[in-house]
Design a protein around this ligand. Structure first.
Ligand SMILES: Cc1cc2nc3c(=O)[nH]c(=O)nc-3n(C[C@H](O)[C@H](O)[C@H](O)COP(=O)(O)O)c2cc1C
Length: 408
């Protein structure tokens, strides 16, 4: 396995002891400074955002190729794994990994070891898709569960079509989850946390973003329940996510558990929500009370012209939440630095850029050019467009060998 982060001449990417300033929270604002995320020491403030790549093996088990991919990117301060279903019911796409069988746990152990062997840090992103699924993926072909019985419009699951062939299929019509089903979801998060601990993860991120199960409860328009998990109050909208957080935190400790959110996001047919600030600022206060280690905000993406989350909201979130904030979405090095300087983020995440630049922190540090990602190989397939992106230095070595041969 080739490791993609070459040691820098000045050794600055190596983990360093914490300074008094960083221990007290008055940390330097450089992307390259070490950072203490609860008990986990990060070598820099650059986060590899969770990225579904749909390359798990049989039984949704992470394999060697997945370990190689994450190992190549271990130079990130923190890797957040691709979204990983906590149960069969939590799955919305074929070939995404799970963390609910013994084989899956073993597969993740190998991934975590590969990252740790390179002094990297990795959190598991824990996922339940709710209504963004298809009956062909659900246990016994059942309807997916949600906070509504309306299907997500113009939204696709990657599942088996009517001929049993893998493909994009419209997300199925869900059912309103019963209370017993919601209790089972919370249990599944607790069990998955035990599995994550066994696999050796440094921590976990509860996926509350991008229109999946918890977002379906947080959004007061999408959520059509009228009970204690319903849309009427901030307490009822946040209840399910906070119960899942508590179940995970009981196993890993709250200082190893973060939550990802996408306020103002519209992925997965999320609707504009007049209660968005009320909900998410209350969630921030509750997560502070529970000593969650971070909140991770999806700010937008490389495809958005404007950030989806306004700066004003990020400032309010900073006041409402007492621990670390990660911001991801549509960032380049300059925008990331600005967010640190504005004081709204402690850590900054990159998605697409990490796909095609396994050595992203070194490219930033040295001002090396960034490689573009091949969009046709984002999901599914093998090494092509996955583990075959070279580091900048590798790409230069290839060129040096090639150029002398180019004799005219
Ligand atoms: C191929 C791909 C897969 C993604 N998978 C996930 C995922 O598993 N979990 C998640 O929370 N977000 C996922 N995202 C969103 C990214 O984490 C990130 O928020 C988004 O790409 C915006 O950041 P960027 O502009 O730096 O790419 C995915 C995005 C892409 C492009």
């Amino acid at each position: 396995m080739a490791f993609r982060c070459v040691t820098l001449p000045d050794g600055a990417e190596a983990p360093q002891p914490l300074t008094a300033a960083s221990k007290s929270g008055m940390q330097s604002k450089s992307l390259f400074d070490p950072y203490s995320l609860g008990p986990v020491q990060l070598r820099n403030r650059i986060v590899m955002a969770p990225l579904t790549r749909s390359r798990a093996g049989k039984g949704d088990v992470p394999g060697e190729i997945n370990a190689e991919y994450y190992e190549q990117r271990a130079c990130a301060g923190l890797i957040i794994s691709e979204a990983t279903q906590v149960s069969k019911q939590g799955q919305g796409y074929l070939w995404t990994p799970g963390i609910y069988t013994g084989e899956q746990v073993q597969g993740w152990k190998n991934v975590v070891k590969a990252v740790h062997d390179r002094q990297g840090k990795i959190f598991l992103q824990m996922w339940h898709v709710g209504r963004i699924s298809h009956t062909s993926l659900q246990p016994n072909g059942a309807a997916p569960i949600s906070s509504t019985d309306r299907a997500a419009a113009n939204t696709f699951s990657f599942a088996l079509d009517e001929n049993g062939k893998p493909g994009n299929v419209p997300a199925s019509k869900p059912t309103l989850a019963t209370i017993a089903q919601l209790r089972q979801v919370v249990c599944d998060y607790g069990q998955s946390a035990r599995n994550a601990k066994e696999a050796g993860f440094d921590g976990a991120e509860v996926h509350g973003a991008n229109g999946y199960l918890f977002d379906q409860y947080l959004n007061s328009v999408v959520n059509e329940r009228t009970d204690e998990y319903g849309n009427q109050t901030k307490e009822s909208r946040t209840r399910l996510l906070l119960e899942a957080f508590d179940a995970v935190a009981a196993v890993l400790g709250p200082d190893r558990v973060g939550v990802r959110i996408a306020p103002f996001g519209n992925f997965g047919d999320m609707k504009p929500d007049p209660k968005v600030e009320e909900t998410f600022l209350y969630l921030a206060e509750e997560l502070t009370r529970r000593s969650a280690v971070y909140m991770h905000v999806v700010r937008g993406s490389q495809f958005d012209v404007e950030p989806v989350v306004p700066l004003g909201f990020l400032e309010k979130l900073r006041k409402a939440f007492g621990a670390s904030i990660i911001i991801t979405g549509g960032l380049d090095q300059k925008k990331a630095k600005d967010l640190l300087a504005q004081g709204v983020a402690d850590l900054v995440g990159f998605g697409m850029l990490f796909i095609s630049n396994p050595d992203l922190p070194e490219r930033f540090r040295n001002g090396w050019p960034l490689a573009p990602a091949d969009h046709s190989t984002l999901y599914g397939g093998g090494a092509k467009g996955y583990t075959d992106y070279p580091t900048y230095q590798e790409s230069q070595m290839t060129r040096e060998v090639r150029e002398p041969l180019d004799i005219r």
